[in-house]
Design a protein around this ligand. Sequence first.
Ligand code: HEM
Ligand SMILES: *[C@@H]1O[C@H](CO)[C@@H](O)[C@H](O)[C@H]1NC(C)=O
Ligand SMILES: *[C@@H]1O[C@H](CO)[C@@H](O)[C@H](O)[C@H]1NC(C)=O
Length: 349
Amino acid sequence: MNSSYSVSLISLVLVSCILVTSAQPTPPLVGGLSFDFHRTNCPSLETIIRDYLREIFSSDFGMAAGLLRIHFHDCFVQGCDGSLLLAGSASGPGEQEAPPNLTLRPRTFVIINELRNRIHRACGSIVSCSDIVALCARDAVFLSGGPDYRVPLGRRDGVNLATRDDTLANLPFFDSPISELIKFFADKGLNDPTDLVALSGGHTIGRSTCSSFVGRLYPPNQDPTIDPIFAESLRRICPSPTASGFSPLDIRTPNVFDNQYFVALQNGRGILNSDQRLFTDPTTRPIVNSFANNQTLFFERYVFSILKMGMLNVLTGTQGQIRTDCSRRNTVTTHLATGVDQQGETAAF
Ligand code: HEM
Ligand SMILES: *[C@@H]1O[C@H](CO)[C@@H](O)[C@H](O)[C@H]1NC(C)=O
Ligand SMILES: *[C@@H]1O[C@H](CO)[C@@H](O)[C@H](O)[C@H]1NC(C)=O
């Protein structure tokens, strides 16, 4: 290849990189996180995740929504530290008394641990479960047709279980008024109503059990803002107040990450109260309209807000640990020199 050709090729690539980054506003990174954290010590990290998830989603598409929701719950409860993944946490794997309505899909925990296994085999135990979750959430969105974006890495895993009370107190409730949800998000650090609207756009994929919306369909709290034909179709899915069916959260394009969720809200066809009220409430309605009218704008704002969410109360540096099994804390060990404790577990570095 002649050298002037390769020079111009390089400058072309550089120019397009600059254009791509400048088009996407990015929130300031929290200290200790960086886009290049694992660039040299685990170059195959992102390929391992994307290739594996592409394969999983081709036969079990619901896992995309399941993984996105795990990242959200992880970050809201004790910060993005993977505590949700611990067996013994209120909605963790194997927990028999999970709080009602949290309904995380059990297979997502298996997928995250399998990825952790593949990544640690390739690179050593240097990538945290919480970073893996953040990357899974990004690929869940991208592989569903949504935006691609770079994820700042360097999170460490927490050692505290998320109790039932912690979990319930730190997740937003679907029947809350928008003013309360705005405040709830702001208290977390997501202090712009646009964060609430853009992140609720995560409901462009996935499903809800009847129990989370059936209250809107029957007396005494039947919702007058719901489109009557749509309400009728939901009553067929949930024929009684105690029915156990599912509805997609975005009835227009349930498996595609796009802005059709917001168009559905304009038509009175949101599933949860917290969805539909984004359109009813005068504070958030203009934001819903702007996203319904312009998918590029929604993608841009979604990426901004999910990056912000992904940095909430993260552990970095020497805090926490790199778990060698996402569902268990590493055994405390005095054998750091060998990196292996008496039970043969690799220690955290
Ligand atoms: C206003 C705040 C939010 C509330 C009240 C809320 C509530 C809910 C509820 C009640 C469900 C259905 C659970 C069931 O099966 O009954 C759900 C599902 C889901 N949520 Fe949210 N959510 C909120 C914000 C978010 C955010 C910020 C994200 C991620 C960006 C997200 C992603 C999802 C996904 C992907 C599902 C579908 C999960 C699946 O299909 O397995 N949610 N949410
Ligand atoms: C769970 O759903 C039921 C039925 O909709 C509701 O009464 C209850 O308050 C919900 N609990 C939580 C913690 O969201
Ligand atoms: C849609 O949003 C993008 C991103 O903010 C913006 O550049 C573009 O001009 C908007 N398009 C329209 C038609 O308003």
